[in-house]
Design a protein around this ligand. Structure first.
Ligand code: NOJ
Length: 589
C-alpha cells in the first residue's frame, strides 16, 4: 500500500458480536473473525475497524469497558487477538481498534474504587462526581440528559447506606464519564494506547471523540428540539423535555453498590446560568476546545511508532468545518463524515455535502471520509427510502411508519454505495452492507438489547436492527454465523437468500457490485483522485468525473441519458444508454 494509506483506504467495520461465531456461544468472536478474513481480502478492502472486544459487562455491547487491556472471554483471549492481527497483516489488511475514552464501565476497577471512596477523594476525582442540588442534594447537579434517554446523572448510595453524590454518564448509567481534566486519566490512556500499539495495531477509532471534555461548571443546557444523533450540535436527544422526568429507577444494583436515581424535576437546579441553545451552538458536553490538546498529545505518541498508525474521530458535531478541527495536521488523521451519512438520496443535497466535505477537509490538509452505515444507524438499504422522520438512534420496529419494500430500498442503497465508492478520500463500510442487508424490523421485544430501548421504555427501538448476526451460508445453521446455537439476536429468514455463498460469483449480486467497485476504485486510484462536476445533466443527476472515470447517479424518477464511454460498473440494469431511477453507473472517460 502507498504511504499515507489512510487517505484513500476502504475500511470495513467489523462488529465482533455479529460477524462470525467460532465457538458456537451465539456471539461472534476473534477466532471467528480470523477464520473469515479470506472473504474480506477477496472483497478488496484495505483495513478493518473492530468495534470493542475488551473485557466488559456488555451493557452497551462492549462500549462499556471494564479492562481496556484485555479481551472479554466472550470474544476470546489476547492470544486470539494476536493471531487475528497476524493473519490480517499477512493478508495485507490493516487493523484499527475501537478506543472508548469518554467513559468506562461501572465495573472498571477505578469506578469500583470511586464508589468505595468518599466524596472529594482521589478515586472519585477520575470521574465526574458532584453533589446534588436542592435541599438534601436530592436533585441532579444539572439538567443534562443521557444520549440513550433519561437523566445523565445517577445518585450513589454510599457504603453507610446514605444517599450520596451523583455521577455523570452521557450514555447509560453503567458508563460513568471520566474527568479528562485529571492527569491520571490522561496518563492511563497513554498507557492503553501504547499497550495496543506495541501489539501492532494500525490505529484507533476514537469513540465519542467530541465528548471527553465538558464545559467548566457543567452548566445547564437544553438542546434544540431538532437534531438527534450520537450528540450532534443539536444535543443529546430529540423531542424530550429536559427536566420533566429526571429519574425513574431506584435501587438498581451495579457492582455490589446500590444506585438510586431519584425522581425530581430538574428545572432550575442550574449550577451555572443556562447557556445558549442558538442553532449551531455547542452543547457544554460536545466539541469543547479542550479535547483538541488531548489528540495533539496522542498524535505525538502515535508518531513515535513506525508504520503510520492512525486516529479516526467519531465526532458528531456539525457543520463540517467544525468536524475538520479534529483532523488538523497535528491531531487525528480522519473523522467520520456523518453529514454525508445523514444526507438524503437527493442530487442537490448530495452535491452540496460532497462539495462541503471536500472543502472542509482540504482546508486542513485531511482527506474526506465517506460512510453510509455503521452499528449506530439504520442500515442504508432501508434508511435511504424511509419516508417518515427517523432521528438517529431511534431505530425502526414494527410500529414504525414509512418503511420501504426491500427491493426498492436495496436498489437505492446500491446506487448510493456506487456513488460513495467513486469519491476521492477514504470510505467506511459496515459489515453486511456488501450483502445488501436491510435493517431488521421485526425483532421480538424481548430480544432487544440496546440500552436505548430500556431507557425509553420501548419508545425508541434503538440500534439492534442493524446489529443482527450476518449470514455466510444459506443452508447452514445460523446461516453460517456459528456452528449452531441461538445467535444473540434472532436472524430473519431473509438471511438465507442474502447469504454470502448465494452471492459469491453471481455478477448481479450486491457482493459482486461491492467487489467490482472496490477493484475499480483501486485500479483507477479514485481514492487519491479529484472531483469535477459535469454540466449538462438533469438536476436529479449527480454527474462527476474523478480522473479517467465518469460517474452518473440518478436520484430522480425519470431516466437519465448516459454520456459516451464504456460502462465499467452499474449498480443496476441499464436500458441501453439510459440510466434508470435509483441507479449509478461508472463510465470510462
Ligand atoms: C458511540 C458508539 O458508536 C455507540 O455504539 C456507543 O453506544 C456510544 N458511542 C457510547 O460509547
Amino acid at each position: 500500500m502507498t504511504s499515507e494509506w489512510w487517505r484513500t483506504a476502504a475500511i470495513y467495520q467489523i462488529y465482533p458480536r455479529s460477524f462470525a461465531d467460532a465457538n458456537g456461544d451465539g456471539m461472534g468472536d476473534l477466532a471467528g473473525i480470523t477464520s473469515r478474513l479470506g472473504d474480506l481480502q477477496d472483497l478488496g478492502i484495505d483495513a478493518i475497524w473492530l468495534s470493542p472486544f475488551y473485557t466488559s459487562p456488555q451493557r452497551d455491547a462492549g462500549y462499556d469497558v471494564a479492562d481496556y487491556c484485555d479481551v472479554d472471554p466472550r470474544f476470546g483471549t489476547l492470544a486470539d487477538f494476536d493471531a487475528m492481527l497476524a493473519e490480517a497483516h499477512a493478508r495485507g489488511i490493516r487493523v484499527i481498534i475501537d478506543l472508548v475514552p469518554n467513559h468506562s464501565s461501572d465495573e472498571h476497577e477505578w469506578f469500583q474504587a470511586a464508589l468505595a471512596a468518599p466524596a472529594g477523594s482521589r478515586e472519585r476525582g477520575r470521574y465526574l462526581f458532584r453533589d446534588g442540588g436542592g435541599p438534601g442534594g436530592d436533585e441532579p447537579p444539572n439538567n443534562w440528559e443521557s444520549v440513550f434517554g433519561g437523566p445523565a446523572w445517577t445518585r450513589v448510595i454510599e457504603s453507610d447506606g446514605t444517599l450520596g453524590q451523583w455521577y455523570l454518564h452521557l450514555f447509560d448509567s453503567s458508563q460513568p464519564d471520566f474527568d479528562w481534566t485529571n492527569e491520571e486519566v490522561r496518563e492511563e490512556f497513554r498507557r492503553i494506547l501504547r499497550f495496543w500499539l506495541d501489539r501492532g495495531v494500525d490505529g484507533f477509532r476514537v469513540d465519542v471523540a467530541h465528548g471527553m471534555v465538558k464545559a467548566e461548571g457543567l452548566p445547564d443546557y437544553t438542546p434544540p428540539a431538532e437534531g438527534g444523533s450520537m450528540g450532534g450540535a443539536g444535543g443529546v436527544s430529540v423531542g424530550e423535555t429536559v427536566g420533566a422526568t429526571v429519574g425513574a429507577t431506584v435501587g438498581a444494583t451495579v457492582g455490589g453498590t446500590v444506585f438510586a436515581t431519584v425522581g425530581a424535576d430538574a428545572t432550575g437546579v442550574a449550577l451555572e446560568p443556562e447557556i445558549s441553545t442558538e442553532p449551531g451552538a455547542l452543547a457544554p458536553y460536545w466539541g469543547q476546545e479542550g479535547v483538541h490538546e488531548i489528540y495533539r498529545d496522542w498524535r505525538a505518541l502515535l508518531d513515535e511508532y513506525p508504520g503510520e498508525r492512525i486516529l479516526a474521530a467519531e465526532a458528531w458535531v456539525d457543520p463540517l468545518p467544525r468536524v475538520a478541527k479534529w483532523v488538523r495536521p497535528d491531531e487525528m488523521h480522519q473523522a467520520f463524515n456523518f453529514a454525508y451519512l445523514e444526507t438524503p438520496w437527493n442530487a442537490a443535497a448530495l452535491r452540496q455535502v460532497i462539495d462541503d466535505s471536500l472543502e472542509a477537509f482540504a482546508a486542513v490538509g485531511a482527506p474526506s471520509t465517506w460512510v453510509l452505515s455503521n452499528h449506530d444507524v439504520v442500515r442504508h438499504a432501508t434508511r435511504l427510502s424511509v419516508t417518515e422522520a427517523n432521528p438517529q438512534g431511534h431505530g425502526l420496529g414494527p410500529r414504525s411508519k414509512g418503511l420501504p419494500e426491500y427491493a426498492p430500498g436495496l436498489r437505492r442503497a446500491r446506487a448510493a454505495t456506487a456513488l460513495m465508492l467513486s469519491l476521492p478520500g477514504s470510505s467506511y463500510l459496515y459489515q453486511g452492507e456488501e450483502l445488501g442487508l436491510p435493517e431488521v424490523i421485526h425483532l421480538p421485544d424481548d430480544a432487544r438489547q440496546d440500552p436505548t430501548w430500556f431507557r425509553t421504555d420501548g419508545e425508541r427501538y434503538g440500534r439492534d436492527g442493524c446489529r443482527v448476526p450476518i449470514p455466510w451460508e444459506a443452508d447452514a445453521p445460523t446461516y453460517g454465523f456459528g456452528p449452531d446455537g441461538d445467535p444473540w439476536l434472532p436472524q430473519p429468514e431473509q438471511w438465507g437468500e442474502l447469504a454470502r455463498d448465494r452471492q459469491r460469483g453471481v455478477p448481479a449480486s450486491t457482493l459482486s457490485l461491492y467487489r467490482d467497485a472496490l477493484r475499480l476504485r483501486r485500479q483507477h486510484d479514485l481514492g487519491a483522485g479529484s472531483l469535477e462536476w459535469l454540466p449538462g445533466f438533469p438536476s436529479d443527476a449527480v454527474a462527476l468525473r474523478n480522473g479517467d472515470v465518469v460517474v452518473v447517479a440518478n436520484t430522480g424518477a425519470e431516466p437519465v441519458e448516459l454520456p459516451d464511454g464504456e460502462v465499467m460498473l452499474a449498480s443496476g440494469p441499464l436500458e441501453g444508454r439510459s440510466l434508470p431511477h435509483d441507479t449509478t453507473a461508472w463510465l470510462r472517460a
